[in-house]
Ligand binder design. Structure first.
Ligand SMILES: [Zn+2]
Ligand SMILES: [Zn+2]
Length: 253
């Protein structure tokens, strides 16, 4: 067998794999059809894209540090040691779920296949934990910007997708931030190094109102959101909250 036919075989193998993946994604998309639970395919009542038992079994991020959303295992969420030692530039984190169980699959479907149905489920779950007071709080919603190069590779900006719809539903404007500096991977860096790495990574276009919500799908270390919150404060925000769909435990990044 010569080199080029080996290559052809490899390409064909990859196509087979992607066809199989496509079938799985198609199946997953059917799971989010109206009237069907997004997780078990069972019938739902009402408007929610899930059934009551799947909803109850989701890995809700409770308790958690009210400041950074770090998952905790005590009876009540308390401000964690890391936030006490070095408070982040945001005041509060609302992270609906932990990045565990069915959650990573849902996020991957949304992120890598730009599935609007998976996105709608993510948004509905994020919103399900918000009180009326929470919903009335923001004066602007700012998505965490993707690096332009990553946006080109992936062709889909999931934070922008979520933030745009959330802003519309809350009736407040969408703010815009840009990444002005490429940042190395945060992997393997300690908290102080991450902070330095992300320093001045973002710039906000125009002025922001007083109360701003930052939106992303998944929050890992919080370093990116901390840097973006600092940029928002430089642009006029006085109070900054983080609203994300899911939170990984610290140092999971
Ligand atoms: Zn279900
Ligand atoms: Zn904390």
């Amino acid at each position: 067998m010569n080199g080029s036919s080996k290559l052809t075989d490899r390409v064909r193998g990859r196509q087979d794999l992607s066809t199989r993946l496509f079938d799985r994604v198609d199946e997953a998309l059917r799971h989010a059809l109206p009237g069907r639970c997004a997780f078990c395919l069972g019938a739902t009542d009402g408007e929610a894209p899930w059934c009551a038992s799947c909803f109850a079994e989701l890995p809700w991020n409770l308790p958690a540090c009210p400041c950074c959303g770090e998952p905790q295992y005590g009876p009540v969420g308390r401000v964690c040691g890391a936030c006490l030692r070095q408070p982040p530039a945001f005041d509060r984190t609302h992270a609906a779920l932990r990045y565990a169980d069915v959650v990573p699959g849902l996020v991957q479907r949304f992120k890598f296949h730009a599935s609007p149905r998976a996105g709608a489920v993510l948004l509905a779950l994020l919103e399900s934990g918000l009180s009326e007071a929470d919903r009335a709080w923001p004066e602007a919603v700012v998505p965490v910007p993707l690096h332009p190069r990553r946006a080109r590779q992936r062709g889909f900006d999931q934070a922008e997708w979520l933030a745009r719809r959330l802003a519309r539903r809350l009736g407040c404007p969408l703010g815009h931030a840009v990444r002005v500096r490429d940042t190395r991977s945060q992997r393997g860096l300690d908290r102080a190094e991450r902070r330095r790495n992300l320093n001045e990574a973002f710039r906000v276009r125009g002025a922001l109102p007083c109360r701003v919500v930052l939106v992303d799908d998944v929050m890992t270390t919080g370093g990116t959101l901390d840097a973006l919150a600092r940029a928002c404060r430089q642009a006029g925000a006085e109070a900054v909250e983080v609203w994300v769909f899911a939170r990984t435990p610290l140092d999971h990044d």
